[in-house]
Design a protein around this ligand. Structure first.
Ligand code: HAM
Length: 437
């Protein structure tokens, strides 16, 4: 008889995450936390209060606010129909619309202006590449009910404070003014006329946008179109007195705070709700200039979404891009998993070791208790890898004396092999002192 080979067990398929949507692994956590703490501090310093809105909103909220003829609404939204009630919903591609919707719904502006901030994931179906993801995170601030260039200047200063706090050099500020809607209309008419006269030189995207959203043609990255765009009518030349005064006052305020900026007349932003001031912060990340933060004034939006007219301005920064810039500055040591690693030997020492670890945690220390047995040598290897500064050894000998040994794992000169026996009841106090030293 032929010996039969046992059937091969089928390996379950290994699942991977969705393209463009990343895991944030524990090794990255210290950098994220540094950013989050700096953000929370900066927001407090300017009187902003946090708001948390849902990740899913009605699709029409984004169509109405961001604009029908924008990249985001035309091709980047994760939209779906709720199978249970037929509602058209979308994973938020940004959060200005959600914050304004919530402010109107809860009548937040009833007693005056509000300064609000948020942080969280956003979703855009873009082609993933460095600094461009399908799930990414934004931190944003929205000043609602404030009309003047003073508010614009303040949100810009808030950003600068954050770059300083995070030790990010060379983040450049570009500003522009989009004026008022009638000024944009006049400019738009001139633009259409200009591009129509040169229709043959337009690429397919520009041809499509010529009548729906000609302003966005100015945003084209196509090298073949740059000379044409350079010669196009400029919006600044269409600004009326009030828009011009607003823009000039903002510039004077920024100068008064020694905040350098460049006026970029081609800065139009990719969302339709803006008027007057728009701005972007640009950093060179790995040799490529990337916009790490963008914002501006959006006075018409509150009314467009059904609220009582109220002016507003704000910004959002791309967290992954800011983190990338922070990483490029270097200096981040691998973080420790704990301060103290407790090793022990044998069943009877486990209970005492558990007890000792609990008392250390009571004292506010970060402690890993070795789990899974093994010899002292293997346990010390783990202790070392954990990054802990001290190991606590609970062995049979120590236990007989109601004591534990404390061993310095990565102390400086002369302390490398230091080990001391400490009575269990004094352990927490001893270690807290040793860690401060
Ligand atoms: P935004 O320019 O669309 O503006 O996005 C703000 C920032 O989010 C960008 O400058 C960029 O750093 C980051 N970002 C955008 N898309 C991605 C992506 N696919 N991957 C990684 N990062 C990305 C807004 O969202 C407006 N809501 C800003 C605002 C607030 N205006 C007034 N208030």
């Amino acid at each position: 008889m032929e010996p039969s080979t046992p059937p091969r067990k089928a390996q379950p398929e290994k699942l991977s995450g969705v393209r463009g949507m990343n895991d944030v692994l524990p090794a990255d956590e210290p950098l994220w936390r540094r950013l989050e703490e700096a953000v929370a501090g900066a927001m407090r310093a300017y009187g902003y209060r946090r708001i948390r809105t849902p990740i899913v909103e009605h699709t029409r909220l984004f169509v109405r606010s961001i604009g029908e003829v924008t990249d985001i609404v035309e091709k980047e939204m994760y939209s779906f129909t709720d199978a249970l009630n037929g509602e058209d919903l979308t994973l938020r591609p940004e959060n200005t619309a959600g914050v304004v919707r919530a402010s109107i719904e809860h009548n937040l502006l009833y007693d005056g202006p509000k300064r609000l901030w948020y942080a969280g994931p956003m979703f855009r179906h873009e082609r993933p590449q460095k600094g461009r993801y399908r799930q990414f995170h934004q931190v944003g601030a929205e000043a609602l009910g404030l009309a003047g260039p003073d508010a614009d200047a303040e949100v810009i200063l808030l950003c600068q404070r954050l770059w300083d706090e995070l030790g990010l050099p060379g983040v450049r500020l570009e500003i522009n003014s989009l004026g008022a809607s009638d000024e944009r209309r006049a400019h738009r008419a001139a633009l259409v006329e200009y591009f129509e006269a040169r229709r043959d030189a337009l690429d397919a995207d520009a041809q499509r946008r010529l009548h729906s959203n000609p302003l966005r043609i100015l945003d084209s990255k196509n090298p073949a179109m740059q000379a044409l765009i350079e010669g196009a009518p400029r919006l600044v030349d269409f600004l009326g007195e009030a828009s011009r005064a607003h823009f000039e006052r903002l510039q004077a305020l920024l100068r008064s705070q020694n905040l350098p900026f460049r006026i970029n007349p081609r800065l139009v932003r990719g969302l339709d709700y803006y008027n007057l001031t728009v701005f972007e912060w640009i950093a060179d990340i790995g040799g490529t200039p990337l916009t790490i933060c963008g914002g501006g004034r959006y006075d018409p939006l509150v009314e467009m979404l059904g609220g009582k007219p109220a002016p507003a301005c704000g910004f959002a920064m791309g967290v992954e891009r800011v983190l990338e810039h922070m990483r490029a500055q270097g200096g981040e040591a691998a973080p420790a998993q704990c301060e103290v690693y407790v090793v022990h030997q044998g069943d009877e020492t486990l209970e005492a070791a558990l007890q000792a670890a609990e008392r250390l945690r009571d004292a506010g220390l970060e402690v890993i208790l070795h789990c899974g047995g093994g010899g002292f040598k293997a346990q010390f290897r783990r202790a070392d890898a954990s990054g802990a500064r001290l190991a606590v050894i609970v062995g049979g000998d120590e236990l007989a004396r109601r004591a534990a040994s404390v061993k310095w794992l990565r102390a400086g000169e002369g302390e490398a092999a230091r080990q001391e026996s400490v009575p269990l009841e004094r352990l927490a106090e001893f270690i807290a002192d040793a860690l401060v030293a």
